[in-house]
Design a protein around this ligand. Structure first.
Ligand SMILES: C[S@@+](CC[C@H](N)C(=O)[O-])C[C@H]1O[C@@H](n2cnc3c(N)ncnc32)[C@H](O)[C@@H]1O
Length: 615
């Protein structure tokens, strides 16, 4: 359970046009008489405990937080932290699953040998498979409810002169603008920025190419920080010099009464920004939906001053945090996915930033991110089948029981934080709507929960209100979620050298990755057979070192907050960065430190981390 709920203050602005088909932060309880709202429950933001995971560099106010936007806002509010500029690029309800390409690294033993052969290879031909990072498939109403809740939470931690940039696309932008008017007030709307990119492949078809995103800019109050954006003009122009006298604009004249002409090679940027979408090679981090630094640089320069705090609650590749750091601002990066936290961490280490990594302890042990956890859950509930005839989409699937027949199973959608707590409105929907919508006769249904508002009153509510013959069994999802995270196996050999200490990784076994690679090979093989082609499967050496992306030694603590004394990151071409410094070397399977290492952390190429504590 959250430690407590923190109210969203201030309330939404009165008198705005509102969307009528969403319930907003209120959990509407309708039952018996389906049109009558019996009670509305207004929860606040769920405040969970926060655990410090790692300290990078000096103590500072910069934060990288793994968790949901909503809980991060609750934490900031509880800590009394206010932010001066918000940029968010939330999922767009685009109907897509975003995936990260995972590249197998070089086997250190063969590195030099294969270097030559690979020099002629295209990057695409490197051995790769994909990992889903997050799903962006929503019902529009659910999305808008979720968005409304997030906007309310964000507003509550904005400083008096803060502004917010909300980055959306043409499919959802107009809906969210109405929410923004409602939450911030129409008079706080400053600009709709059209980010125009004409470097996208033409898609053709019978419509015009969609080559822009919409970014809405709102302020918290009437006064806000703003600096005009000055850009070079295409052509230098000559204009008479003018000045204001008693409120009127007049020409400035020289001593002979002649106009003075000036050349202008710069101008103030308007609200259409032409910036390429393609991320340059030295910026690109294989994070789908990664935005260019140039875009964030404009936003941060226009709407913040040095030392101010810039936050991105859907931080992804960490572009906002990185650019904020470069421009001398403080940063807060929030994201729900482990890949985002790792990508951002490494990106910030490279530029020498100091920050702490925090994790929101909401009781859910995620397998990398909510989407992959949901995918994995389907396999972890014994006997669960999905898409069972007669059992609609609301249900996660069903079990077949020899005595009871088909048993529908409900699992909260971990992608939508509001579903985590099972409360009376949620149970009411199950017993009074969804059980009745079933096209099968269910004797029993299983309802999984992450948190329960009040167990006893929930059981009583079910007893008193269940008009069906179906028995409801409540089950704790956390028991399954705990089993979801299985560690990789690390074997090492440590030696004391003249310079300090050296740890050699002699073997690395990852069942999670092996499974994934086997699936990939099976699929590839099948496809190849169907197309009459040859398929060369991915094979992993006995030592398995090519499955490692990053290693770090902690010589300070054997438990608790991680402090990286020495680290190596292996890029997809096999080159290593040592303590954030890029090199042209390949990894030799070892890592060294000045002091005696107390523990070793290894991150595999899909982002799973395993820690080995030395005796
Ligand atoms: C469109 S991407 C952001 C990309 C980012 N602007 C960049 O340039 O890399 C959206 C991000 O939101 C994250 N996300 C999705 N739901 C979230 C939530 N409830 N709280 C925090 N982050 C979330 C996803 O993991 C994903 O990284």
């Amino acid at each position: 359970m959250p430690v407590k709920y923190i109210p969203y203050v201030p309330n939404t602005v009165e008198g705005q046009a509102v969307l009528d088909n969403i319930s907003r932060t209120q959990r509407v309880l309708r039952y018996r008489d389906n049109d009558k709202v019996i009670s509305k429950i207004m929860r606040g933001m769920p405040y969970y405990e926060m655990e410090k995971q790692e300290q990078v560099g000096e103590e500072s106010e910069n934060l990288v937080i793994r968790g949901e936007c909503l809980s991060a806002c609750a934490y900031l509010k509880e800590q009394g932290i206010k932010v001066d500029l918000v940029y968010i690029d939330p999922p767009f309800a685009s109907g897509a699953d975003y995936a990260k390409t995972v590249n197998i690294r070089r086997d250190p033993k063969l590195a030099e040998k294969i270097k030559k052969a690979e020099e002629e290879l295209e990057i695409d031909e490197l051995k790769a498979f994909e990992e889903t990072m997050y799903g962006d498939i929503w019902q529009k109403e659910d999305y808008l409810n979720w968005m409304h809740e997030n906007l309310m939470a964000i507003k509550s931690i904005m400083s008096e002169t803060a502004s917010i940039y909300v980055h959306l696309d043409t499919k959802i932008g107009h809906y969210v603008k109405i929410l923004l008017d409602e939450v911030f007030g129409e008079e706080k709307f400053i600009n709709e920025i059209i980010w125009y990119y004409n470097d996208k492949f033409a898609t053709g078809g019978n419509s015009m190419d969609k080559n822009h995103d919409n970014i809405f800019l709102y302020s918290k109050e009437q006064d806000y920080v703003f600096h005009p954006i000055i850009i070079p003009k295409d052509k230098t122009t000559t204009r008479a010099l003018r000045k204001k006298v008693d409120g009127k604009t007049v020409n400035v004249l020289d001593e002979n009464g002649n106009k003075i002409y000036e050349q202008y090679s710069e101008k103030k940027e308007d609200d259409v920004w032409q910036i390429g979408r393609t991320i340059s090679k030295n910026e690109y981090l294989s994070y789908s939906t990664q935005k260019p630094e140039k875009l964030l640089s404009r936003i941060i320069k226009a709407s913040s001053n040095k030392e101010m705090t810039v936050v991105d609650f859907f931080g992804g590749s960490g572009v906002t945090a990185k650019v904020a750091h470069d421009l001398g601002r403080k940063f807060i990066h929030v994201d729900i996915g482990i890949n985002s936290i790792q990508t951002t961490r490494d990106r910030l280490v490279e530029v020498g930033a100091s920050f702490q990594i925090l994790e929101i302890k909401d009781g859910v042990s995620l397998f990398r991110n909510p989407q992959q956890t949901m995918d994995k859950l389907a396999k972890l509930i014994p006997g669960l089948q999905q898409k069972v005839p007669g059992v609609g989409k609301f249900w996660f699937g069903a079990l077949q029981d020899s005595k009871l027949g088909t048993v529908p199973v409900y699992v909260p959608n971990l992608i939508d934080g509001s579903e985590k707590v099972l409360d009376v409105p949620a149970v009411n929907r199950i017993i009074n709507e969804e059980l009745q919508n079933l096209e099968i006769n269910a004797q029993k249904a299983i309802v999984y929960y992450v948190d329960v508002d009040d167990h006893k009153s929930l059981e009583k509510f079910i007893k008193d209100n269940n008009a069906t013959q179906t028995t409801i069994e409540l089950k704790d999802l956390k028991e399954i979620l705990h089993a979801i995270v299985v560690e990789d196996e690390i074997e090492t050999k440590s030696i004391k050298t003249k310079e300090g200490f050296e740890v050699e990784i002699t073997k690395f076994v990852s069942d999670r990755l092996n499974q994934k690679i086997n699936d990939f090979n099976e699929k590839g093989n099948l496809q190849a057979i169907n197309k009459g082609k040859k398929f060369s499967p991915i094979t992993i050496s006995e030592e398995g070192l090519e499955l490692i992306e990053y290693l770090s030694l902690d010589c300070e603590n054997a438990e608790g907050v991680w402090s990286s004394s020495s680290e190596i990151k292996i890029d997809k071409l096999g080159y290593i960065s040592v303590n954030g410094q890029k090199t042209k070397d390949f990894w030799n399977g070892k890592i060294s430190a000045d002091k005696k290492p107390l523990r070793l952390k290894i991150r595999n190429i899909s982002g799973d981390e395993t820690v080995k504590v030395f005796e």
